[in-house]
Write a protein that binds this ligand. Sequence first.
Ligand code: HEC
Length: 279
Amino acid sequence: MKTQLICLTLGVVLGSCGGSEKQASHSTVADTTVVKVVKDSLSVYLPDVKASLPEAQTVEVKDDPVFFKAKSYKAIPLQTVLDQFLPAYKKLDLSQTQIVFECEDGYNPSMSLAKILSKKAYLAVSDTDAPAGEDWINPKKGNHEMKIAPFYVVYTDVPAKDVTYKWPYNLVKISLSAASKELAVLFPKEDDTQVKGFELFKVNCLTCHSLNKVGGKMGPELNYPKSITEYWQVEHIKQFVKAPSSYRNDCKMPAVTHLSDRELDEIVRYLQYMAKHKV
Ligand code: HEC
């Protein structure tokens, strides 16, 4: 559990600690009890605690952004999960704390703990429409079957189009980290005209891509050692983001269609700034 505590203190939970951390919690489980694993750190490896989760209730989601329709799930309020497994969160400054989700496929979204707790967020444990004997239905995205198990975070009061709320599926771990420190590495301190681009990148790209080794691991790092802006033409970065599968067969990056050209320009400009601020 040392790794997790160190990550937390430095606030570098995203990306850089993810992989080894997962290893650490797996190996720790063998020589200690689950309860100890949970109490000792501000992260919880969900498959380890599955049997002791409180009873799930049925919740209705009007507009599910993963299934693109109304859904219902067996789910536990996220707050109840935190109360039980990460009770120390109550002593933190919620507005300065990030909740970080770690998914098996490398998707690593995070958001403000205060923001997520202001809505009706749930940890879904099964899909009520799943066939008998199964917990989940896996939707198709292009040729890929998406794996929703083992857990999925849903909301009953957040519209699907609000991309500032994350709906991680294939979720295995929840951690808490200090917001300001984690983002300090990526914040454009020397040029405040880049703040918009930074915010847009943070919400729309950082979940899957790291910069300076901070961020998600589903897609490639985009700044270190070479920035994407140093070997791709700007126009192609924008076109790729809008339609990745027009560049690559069987591409695992989903098309980003909700950003305007101007917003994509802001993101690219921020990436060019970061090219001059490598670690
Ligand atoms: C859901 C995860 C996800 C999100 C969100 C995402 N990407 Fe990606 N991205 C990927 C994956 C996966 C790849 C690798 C695609 C492949 O080659 O199959 C990729 C590839 C790329 C590449 C090509 C990199 C290279 O050298 O091959 C660029 C550029 C890129 N993404 C930019 C962005 C930007 C900018 C955003 C935000 C507007 C973004 N991506 C959002 C997952 C994501």
